[in-house]
Design a protein around this ligand. Structure first.
Ligand code: G3I
Length: 300
């Protein structure tokens, strides 16, 4: 096929992008979005600070703009993210202990219930593992409420939206390393104990290269009985087209890799200022990286 979304669909997968609500009035942006993509992730609009700016008062205006655009155009939606140590509203940043735990679980319940039936996959918990060699959890106010905060969040999300796929999402997990292995062990434990988890998101914010065991790493998670998704792909530096090709082919080679999301449309939309890590240039033109991904999706 001649677009990313249609080509991915022929392989039983989606191809998505992060979307910012305030750009939905940019006709060039929307033109590319509607032509190329069949899945969206709200870049910021579903995060805790955006959806519950004061405790117990929920705000969905900007998130709904993205959800409504997606549904009107037949796109599926990745929900991002119910709980994260970053982008918490100030009131939550100042909480701890059982009060924070209750507030966090209430947040999961409220937001997942509001969007029940409309979200393909939720990032229930984002970035809860530490970088480096420990393989353990990241310190955060949420982690300090008790190590079981992640499973409590997944159970609340399942109860609120039984048909959404529930994902754990993180970065620097692109190869077999201490961090990805820590997550692997958590997922294996969740599956063994019946904690509801359906998918693992690999953000894949890359520079110059991708680990040689990227596909093997996706496969070892899939072998635990979860789907895997590439959730925030962007690639800075040299060899950009070749690395996009490798990542795309890795997903296609893993039966349970159900989709790829790039973290923005044009280079000028990227959070990585000046890195030009996306598939379209600042003028909305297709880059060599675009052609590499399209050809990889259509190969074989
Ligand atoms: O909305 C405010 C605006 O009112 C204010 O004037 C302006 C001044 O700084 O800030 C605006 O908020 C910014 C927000 O993006 C919306 O543009 C924040 O400062 C800025 O920090 C925030 O950055 C986002 C970042 O997450 C926050 O951690 C990026 O757009 C977003 O791409 C990025 O996405 C994350 C994923 O959620 C998780 N994985 C990593 C990824 C990249 O950091």
């Amino acid at each position: 096929a001649s677009t990313l979304g249609a080509s991915a669909a022929e392989k039983g997968r989606y191809f998505g992008t992060a979307v910012a609500a305030h750009k939905l009035s940019d006709s060039q942006y929307v033109g590319i979005l509607n032509r190329e993509f069949n899945s969206v992730t709200a870049e910021n609009e579903m995060k805790w600070d955006a959806t519950e700016p004061s405790q117990g008062r929920f705000s969905y205006t900007n998130a709904d703009r993205i959800v409504n655009h997606a549904r009107a155009n037949g796109m599926s939606i990745r929900g991002h993210a119910l709980l994260w140590h970053a982008q918490q509203p100030g009131w939550a940043q100042n909480m701890s202990g059982s009060a924070l735990r209750s507030a966090a679980i209430n947040h999961v319940t409220q937001v997942a219930s509001y969007y029940r039936g409309r979200i393909h996959s939720w990032d229930v918990v984002n970035e809860a593992f530490a970088d480096g060699s420990s393989g353990g959890r990241r310190d955060s106010n949420l982690q300090r409420t008790g190590n079981d905060w992640i499973e409590a969040a997944f159970r609340a999300a399942r109860a609120a939206d039984p048909n959404a796929k529930l994902c754990y999402n993180d970065y620097n997990t692109d190869g077999v390393n201490a961090k990805s292995t820590g997550i692997y062990n958590m997922v294996r434990d969740f599956k063994a104990r019946g904690v509801p988890i359906d998918c693992v998101g690999f953000q894949s914010h890359l520079t110059n290269s991708v680990p040689g065991d990227y596909q093997a790493n996706l496969q070892r998670f899939a072998d635990l009985g979860v789907d895997v998704q590439i959730t925030e792909l962007d690639i800075a530096g040299t060899n950009q087209a070749a690395v996009y090709d490798t990542v795309t082919r890795a997903c296609l080679a893993v039966a349970r890799c159900t989709g790829i999301t790039v973290w923005g449309i044009r280079d000028s939309d990227s959070w990585r200022t000046g890195a030009n890590p996306l598939l379209f240039d600042n003028n909305g033109n297709k880059k060599p990286a675009y052609t590499a991904v399209l050809n990889a999706l259509n190969a074989g």
